[in-house]
Design a protein around this ligand. Sequence first.
Ligand code: ATP
Ligand code: MG
Length: 602
Amino acid sequence: MGSGRFGRRDRSQGAVTVLGMAQRTNTLVPGTYPRLLTLGAVSFVGSLCEAGLLVVMARIALAATDDTEHFEVLPGTGWRVTVATAILIALGFVIAKVAVGLVLARISSSTSTRALTVIRQTLLRSYLGASWHVQAVERQGELQDVMTTQADKAAKVVMTLSAFVTAALNVATFVVISIFANVFAAIVIVVAGASLAASLRPLSARGRRTSHRELAAGRTFASAISELVGTTRELRVFGTGPQALERMEGLNDHQAGLIRRTRFLTMLGPTLYQASALLLLICGIGLLTTVTRSSIAAIGAVMLLLLRALTYGQQTQSLFQALNELSPSLDHVSRRIELYQGSPVTSGDTPVASIRQLELEDVSFEYLPDRPVLRGVSGTIEAGEAIGIIGPSGSGKSTLLQILLRLREPTAGRFLANGVDTRDLAQADWYGRVAFVPQDPHLIEGTVAENIAFYRDMPLARVHEAAAMAHLAEEIEALPHGYDEIIGPEDTSLSGGQQQRLTIARALAGRPDLLVLDEPTSALDMRSEARLQDTLRSLRGRMTLLVVAHRLTTIAECDRIMVLANGAVQGFDRPEQLALSSDFYDEALRLSVLHQSPAGTA
Ligand SMILES: Nc1ncnc2c1ncn2[C@@H]1O[C@H](COP(=O)(O)OP(=O)(O)OP(=O)(O)O)[C@@H](O)[C@H]1O
Ligand SMILES: [Mg+2]
């Protein structure tokens, strides 16, 4: 009883699946429908050729035993030919079938390749076009997984769908033609075949469920791998390699178990199908023995046709199972795209020629409802000012920088530039005028010059100028290949401090009006920090500088300092004023003096 209930539910789900999947694929890869239709039309011609061939062969076989010189080669046409002509006709069908096969291979391979390209393109574009708040929470390894494994599987759906269409059309054509050849025999075999396919449905449903779980396990594994890559040094030093290995092996085994089950179910389908099909064949032969000689040619043709139909039926069945297996990836890719596209970067249309004055007007921000991270932050920053932002960890400094960079919008209040709400400004213009130096430098695979230009089209002179401003030119020229030295994300030919100054050069190459730095010195030794301070000092007055730092030495040269505490501005003033008004600054000052005194450093 239970299985019957599941069987019914799964049948309706199954019916939705193929059509639904075609629909979802067409949404993901527009233009799939017309291609599938063309494919269907071409494969229909192919099945007609094959069916024709089978009917003619059955006739030839009978004619050979009958000794008749002329016989009706295609029933119902009245076209009587000799055996030799019939053989030529059969050959014609074979050639036509091969030609159709070539066309089919061409269409379906180009359709599925196009699908992969389109899916990756859509994913990339929507990810890069998504707002920062969506990009920032992307799990490590998730995008790689979606863009490679999942996109691959989603594209395979198209290939599988086209093969499914071909196989299903073959079945349908052969069945219809066999009904014309002999109604009774055909109906018996078709009914038996249909109940056979229906009885295998619960298997598909189970396969689909297992496949969903396998996909989730695969994602967890991918994330864990990228986590592992990021922490190998810690694992070595903490001696926790064996524990990490054990965890990874656990995840691996878990996924392997699910893969095994999915594959078993995928292979079980065809086996069961084959066994039942052979049973049907035996029934058919039994049927053959009960009929008169006159209908033997027809029954023979029906048998041949239905045998081929059974083969294609089996293909249809395994392709259906494969679709079940791929379905979760299609869903997953679609959902990711929806997520990215659901939160696009918004842009106003007021042009920004230059950034002069910045003003925060009662700005509040919360990541989660009712958990404010910034509360009523106000202040004005004039062009060319150097502003330091300090405050305890978690006080909202980085969040404020993200608002000042326009990576995030204030939840309440306004952020104005040149007196205009920044929401109304043209994005591209804004980002052409601001630059950012993150805490840890991210290098790209390429030359030093390419790392400074960072995908922007600029003359080499501009790259050199930026390197000089970042106090890095001499060190670059000392490299074996100078600006053409190849560096990359895992580079060791540049020190941490040099990499940090390289990201400053990258920021300066855009000749920004506003340069934002988030703890640029926190990972640097004293000498590197001193060099970076020289760089910052030389930039003073040439552009607006916003520097978040824990070390007061980094912001020693700032015109004004904003102290954030618990998301609110505790003070925003010249350093000498602030020493009187802000407890946090006063204490930080005393600590840094202590740190720099001989007793402190000893
Ligand atoms: N993406 C996020 N989602 C939810 N909460 C976040 C997110 N990013 C930061 N927070 C929370 O917002 C608060 C402020 O974080 P923020 O990174 O701005 O502090 P910070 O002053 O830069 O700290 P630190 O000096 O340690 O860098 C913290 O409580 C942090 O946990
Ligand atoms: Mg921070």
